[in-house]
Design a protein around this ligand. Structure first.
Ligand code: CUA
Length: 337
């Protein structure tokens, strides 16, 4: 293989790897925006990719063309540095060009940030915990504030103000199709606005390494037509439903009689627990453990008995319950629609 062939192969493989890396991020992510805020970021992304691509292409071209210049070995042997040429190269390529490119992007960023919607018509307060998301809806018209977890519901076509806090370490909330990433910082309040144009379920992630189960700190945003959202909110607010069977009633006793109440709230039953998710409408959620498992009797039972086996490192300790107690507790919790 000649030098020339080797250089071309090397270049081709570099380009191939770059293209692959770029394409793997395409599906269901920020490259398929479904809201106004996400669409703005989408255009910044492409501006960066195109400008970065042009700069890379120029540098690559110089890199390929340089060594291929005919007679380069002779030229190298007799090479005498030209100080004036080097000065021009450093000032032009090392100072002026980067200054223009970086300033242009600074401008793009300022314009994009200024264009972001500042006010929402609805507020969702999100508190990050290792490793789940606490959600509170304080201002749905005519309803008392209510809490839920890990499944954010929003009405379509409505800018939603998302207020962020953290209970422990830094987390970062990211719904690629609806908005950019924003950090949740302990001791500080941050916020952003997101919106969804169409109904649908949008995947959300914690985008800042926050501990052992960072990758399983997932959530979803369920965008619904405004009337459907209203129905959902009305069903969420208020106290938990009463037990309908003897087993469910026994389960409620287990809940209030055991350590569950130290961490979890069920509205109208026990409201002091603030460490774990609010369970008032647990059965209205499709997943448990922040998207780790589907909600079924079996997964709930396994979770309560020993959450550490399902998601090692979570704050919930194994529960020492008899088989009967566990049966009753699961029957009660799964009835909480
Ligand atoms: Cu929370 Cu990563």
């Amino acid at each position: 293989m000649t030098d020339r062939e080797a250089t071309m192969r090397h270049t081709a493989s570099l380009l191939g790897v770059s293209a692959l890396l770029l394409l793997t991020g395409c599906t269901q992510g920020g490259l398929d925006p479904r809201g106004e805020e996400a669409a703005r970021i989408y255009w910044v992304f492409w501006a960066l990719v195109i400008a970065g691509g042009v700069v890379s292409a120029v540098v690559l071209a110089l890199w390929v063309v340089g060594p291929l210049r005919p007679g380069r070995d002779d030229a190298r042997a007799e090479h005498v540095p030209d100080p004036a040429f080097h000065r021009r190269l450093v000032i032009g390529g090392g100072i002026i060009m980067p200054a223009i490119v970086v300033s242009a992007f600074f401008g793009v960023q300022i314009v994009t940030t200024a264009a972001q919607t500042q006010d929402g018509e609805l507020t969702v307060e999100v508190t990050g915990h290792q490793y789940w998301w606490e959600l509170e809806y304080p201002d749905v018209d005519g309803l008392e504030s209510f809490e839920t977890a890990n499944q954010v519901h929003i009405p379509t076509g409505t800018p939603v103000r998302v207020v962020l806090r953290s209970e422990d370490v830094v987390h970062s909330i990211w719904v690629p199709q609806l908005a950019g990433k924003v950090d949740l910082v302990p001791g500080r309040e941050t916020e952003f606005v997101m919106d969804a144009e169409e109904p649908g379920t949008y995947a959300g992630y914690c985008a800042e390494y926050c501990g052992l189960q960072h990758t399983r700190m997932k959530f979803t945003v369920e965008a619904m037509e405004p009337e459907a959202f209203r129905d959902w909110a009305e069903a969420q607010a208020g106290a938990a439903r009463e037990p309908e069977t003897e087993l469910e009633a026994e389960g409620r006793e287990v809940f209030t009689g055991q350590s569950c109440v130290g961490c979890h709230t069920i509205r109208g039953v026990a409201e002091a627990g603030e460490v774990g998710p609010d369970l008032t409408r647990l059965a209205s959620r499709s997943k448990i453990a922040a998207g780790t498992e589907p909600l079924t009797e079996a997964t709930l039972r396994a979770w309560i008995a020993n959450a550490q086996a399902v998601k090692p490192g979570v704050q919930m300790p194994p529960q020492e319950l008899s088989r009967e107690e566990l049966d009753a507790l699961v029957a009660y919790l799964i009835s909480l629609e």
